[in-house]
Design a binder for this molecule. Sequence first.
Ligand SMILES: Cc1cc2nc3c(=O)[nH]c(=O)nc-3n(C[C@H](O)[C@H](O)[C@H](O)COP(=O)(O)O)c2cc1C
Length: 184
Amino acid sequence: MTDRILYLVTCGAPLAARIEDGVRAARDRGWTPYVIPTDAALQWLEEQDLAGVPVLTGNRAPGDPKRSPRADAVAVVPTTFNTLNAWANGNADTFPLTTLCAALGSRTPTVAVPFAKADLAGHPAWLASLAVLRYAGVTIVDPQDGSTSSLTPVRSGTGDRVAQAFRWDWIFGELESFGSPPES
Ligand SMILES: Cc1cc2nc3c(=O)[nH]c(=O)nc-3n(C[C@H](O)[C@H](O)[C@H](O)COP(=O)(O)O)c2cc1C
């Protein structure tokens, strides 16, 4: 599998510190990644070596050419409480959210790694949003063990540890299980 386009959306939570590893893993597995950070994620990206991968921030200006080809797949690593709820609700007031809403609307294969502690995950909107995303075909991956059938809130004070133990092969295994798109 080569030259498949991956949008790597990242949000403002500790797992954003692993994006450089995600970029490397994507390339190793034949994907061409584009990183799409939320504004809150940018502080986690500052120290990382993204190896020249395009980082798409903000909206392009009217009349400017598109900055990326159409995605074959999308990974949202991590997905914050804020972005997960906004995405499920169809809010598209930032470039990352517009990208995610369009991926959902076009049924582009998408994997999301929600990252929230119990206090946020206990909010009723969280469960409703997860249900909407799963219904729409998004694969939800637990950042702590790679499970796609259960999701446990991240224990308070363990965010950095969970991020360090996170394995990108959980994500690529899921993305590759979607199979190849039909030839056009
Ligand atoms: C150090 C730090 C850690 C954070 N960890 C989380 C987290 O684990 N989950 C979460 O949903 N928000 C977390 N936040 C809060 C989000 O960054 C905040 O809600 C932000 O508005 C999310 O924006 P975004 O969804 O556009 O990335 C954290 C913020 C900071 C500064």
